[in-house]
Design a protein around this ligand. Structure first.
Ligand code: ACO
Length: 336
């Protein structure tokens, strides 16, 4: 990573939103052949929130999370220069960020979607920090939001137990270099294994013989769980090590490990591989499942609300998922 930093960037505020409807493991066992015991043992998940009904979309969750983040610091939405919405489940293939921009009244903000599955929020933070650290913008709203419940085959017990819907938002602001709190990042992609986790476009639904044109729709999420597990447990520790080594800090300097909330066993295995005490893991997936791009900002917001994180704490944040994509960003917490 080359740095062209003319100023620093720091997280000013966070907010999050989850749907009201909660689905327990026992309720899932009425839909597919599974049990609370199997799901808890293999994943650590006890329940998840689902966006039900027809009148709500990912935009509503993203707007709610964003308004909470803005209200916490009494920031007028017109002060936001850029909105990055990390999502793989937009309600419009052209993007949902502009709808968020309009609904929160961020009249001066440029807005775009960023698609990188469960790594989306990490990529969003890194993208935002570039615009801030090179002096282009002052205030950026980064949202991670996903509603994977819309893309799950609810008769497939190997995937339907895992995912939930949520949104998390952070406001990142430019600051002096001395107060910079986005310390370093390390990002990766390996498209060879894209088929391990995908929501593929299927063009065999409709054929127009006059134009020789196929049109179709997206399939349900498909996943090779074992391979995704092996990938996460082998690659995430390497990314973290590269990131801390190039920053010249040691494992002992890490106060919190905030990983994408995919599976409790993955969180524990990554911590153990790095010899990080498991008490340093931030985890809330038992309540929400895997909420994809929302999982990290949702867990961060909750950890701040419960006052887990203190001033000057070093937080190692890693995302991983479809693509395959994975990466780490290191944050030094500066209280807002
Ligand atoms: N309930 C009961 N039995 C089940 C269930 C279920 N929900 N799902 C699978 N099984 C069965 C299988 O059929 C299999 O039975 P068999 O031995 O008779 O064939 C047995 O349980 C073991 O199945 P495995 O797939 O080997 O189970 P595993 O221990 O690997 O756990 C899991 C599966 C939880 C999915 C695990 O592989 C995992 O967590 N992988 C990582 C997935 C992940 O994190 N994905 C998200 C990545 S982030 C993103 O980008 C979205």
């Amino acid at each position: 990573m080359k740095s062209f930093m003319t100023q620093g960037a720091k997280i000013l505020s966070t907010g999050s939103a989850v749907p009201d409807y909660s689905l327990s493991n026992n309720q899932i066992s009425e839909i597919v052949q599974t049990s609370d015991e199997w799901i808890v043992t293999r994943t650590g998940i006890k329940e998840r929130r689902l966006l039900t009904g027809v009148n709500q979309s990912i935009v509503d969750l993203a707007v709610l999370a964003s308004i909470k983040a803005l209200d916490k610091i009494s920031m007028n939405p017109s002060e936001i220069d850029l909105i990055i919405l990390a999502t793989s489940t937009p309600n419009d293939l052209f993007g949902s960020a502009s709808q968020v921009q309009s609904k929160i009244g961020a009249i001066n903000a440029v807005a775009f979607d960023l698609t990188a599955a469960c790594s989306g929020f990490v990529l969003g933070i890194v993208t935002a920090s570039q615009f801030l650290q090179n002096g282009s913008y002052r205030n950026i709203l980064v949202i991670g939001a996903d509603t994977l419940s819309k893309w799950i085959d609810w008769s497939d017990r190997s995937t339907c137990i895992l995912f939930g819907d949520a949104a998390g938002a952070t406001i990142i602001q430019a600051c002096s270099k001395e107060n910079n709190s986005i310390l370093n990042f390390q990002l990766n992609t390996d498209g060879h294994y894209a088929n391990y986790l995908s929501i593929l476009y299927d063009h065999k639904n409709a054929f127009n013989p006059f134009l020789n044109l196929y049109q179709g729709a997206f399939r349900y999420l498909s996943m090779n769980g074992k391979e995704v597990y092996k990938f996460a447990v082998s690659q995430v520790p390497l990314s973290i090590l590269k990131c801390i080594n190039s920053l010249n800090i040691s494992i002992h300097d890490i106060d919190w490990l905030l990983l994408h909330q995919a599976n409790e066993r993955i969180l524990t295995a990554v911590a153990e591989k790095l010899s990080i005490n498991t008490s340093k893991i931030i985890s809330n997936l038992s309540k929400y499942g895997n909420t994809s791009a929302a999982s990290i900002p949702l867990a961060l917001d909750e950890a701040l609300q419960t006052k887990k994180i203190s001033n000057n704490d070093i937080i190692v944040v890693s995302g991983f998922g479809a693509g395959l994509t994975w990466g780490t960003v290191i944050i030094k917490w500066n209280e807002f």
